[in-house]
Design a protein around this ligand. Structure first.
Ligand code: SD4
Length: 342
């Protein structure tokens, strides 16, 4: 007897060898194997919470757990040793977005992003002023530095501030610390890659509830040793994530300085709106970037409004497979799925 489609789908899910696309709502999908985040988002949905609550608390779980040191406090410090956070949340029913960039001293970045969305008419607040807004909204201000982030910083200082994100400056940034002054503009070195598999791991999450309400969120401490003031792709709508309840959702992880130039999450959602399946939509968004930056480090997750999902990543040395988490109505527990990079 031939297996019925649902059974077939389950078999593929269990094997988790291929980018499966099984329609089943509700759906929680997030970047990297951040299982506790997936479980938390699912728990919120099961308890009757909204898709927005699920995304906020799912990503918030990673902020508390300091997922891989790349989300939340105490992770990747900037050039001054401080950890600062980027986050965003998007409501795909109303197309409202709240985002924070370069947030200082506040641990709950995605909740502050939600406060921007709900308690202001703005979309995006950054830096010190975003922290003041957060404090006014009742968030606790505290030092985000930990022994771990301090040690990463000290090691970097002892290694003559290597690696860093400076170019065309003097003294030579490839072997000296700043302060730097501008010098003759040099051609960028191809394959110059600071954000890589070792310093990755932003959480990007898409939640689609039973009614098809699509939401998306991200949270990260960004790029290790970034220049103070740097904001990555994660809090930028259409870049780090995008949600539209009439089309689907997408989220990105990787080298945000490159990826944000292509709005890959928006690109993928628009492809799904036109009928492209989620895996192909993710692949096409990655391929567009690769045309200009063949060596970029990055991956994406995509989901359409019927609960189909997929992922894609750009194959570079040291990164040939991308792991992500899925939980949907056909699963009894969160599934760690994996795709081969293209
Ligand atoms: C950033 N996109 O700030 C983030 C970092 C990341 O996997 O996702 N790393 O550029």
């Amino acid at each position: 007897m031939m297996p019925r489609p649902v059974q077939m789908c389950l078999v593929l899910l269990l094997l988790a060898l291929v980018p499966v696309s099984c329609a089943a709502l509700p759906l929680v999908i997030n970047t990297w194997p951040f299982k506790k985040a997936t479980e938390q988002a699912w728990r919120v949905l099961q308890a009757g919470g909204s898709a927005l609550d699920a995304v906020e608390q799912g990503c918030g779980q990673c902020e508390k757990d300091q997922c891989d040191g790349s989300v939340g406090y105490g992770g990747n410090p900037d050039e001054t040793g401080e950890t600062t956070l980027d986050a965003m949340i998007m409501n795909g029913d109303t197309m409202e977005v709240g985002a924070v960039g370069d947030l200082r001293r506040i641990k709950d970045a995605i909740s502050v992003a939600r406060a921007v969305m709900e308690h202001s008419k703005h979309t995006f607040l950054v830096g010190e002023s975003a922290s003041v807004f957060a404090e006014n909204m009742g968030f606790t201000a505290e030092d985000l530095t930990t022994n771990t982030s301090l040690n990463i910083y000290k090691k970097w200082l002892n290694a003559n501030c290597q690696p860093n994100y400076r170019q065309s400056v003097s003294p030579d940034p490839s072997n000296a610390c700043g302060p730097y002054k501008p010098s003759a503009r040099l051609q960028q070195t191809a394959g110059d890659q600071h954000i890589n598999i070792h310093t990755h791991d932003t959480i990007g999450m898409i939640v689609i509830n039973q009614k098809g309400h699509v939401t998306a969120g991200t949270s990260t401490n960004g790029a290790r040793h970034k220049i103070p003031g740097r904001v990555g792709d994660s809090p930028v709508a259409g870049a780090g994530a995008y949600a539209d309840s009439t089309a689907g959702g997408a989220a990105a992880t990787g080298d945000g300085d490159v990826m944000m130039r292509f709005l890959p999450s928006y690109h993928a959602v628009e492809l799904m709106r036109a009928g492209t399946d989620p895996t192909t939509a993710c692949k096409k968004a990655i391929t567009r970037i690769r045309k200009y930056f063949p060596q970029f480090f990055g991956a994406m997750i995509c989901a359409n409004i019927t609960g189909g999902y997929g992922a894609a990543c750009n194959k570079v040395p040291g990164f040939s497979q991308f792991n992500f988490m899925v939980y949907n109505a056909q699963l009894k527990s969160p599934l760690q799925a994996m795709v081969d990079c293209i």
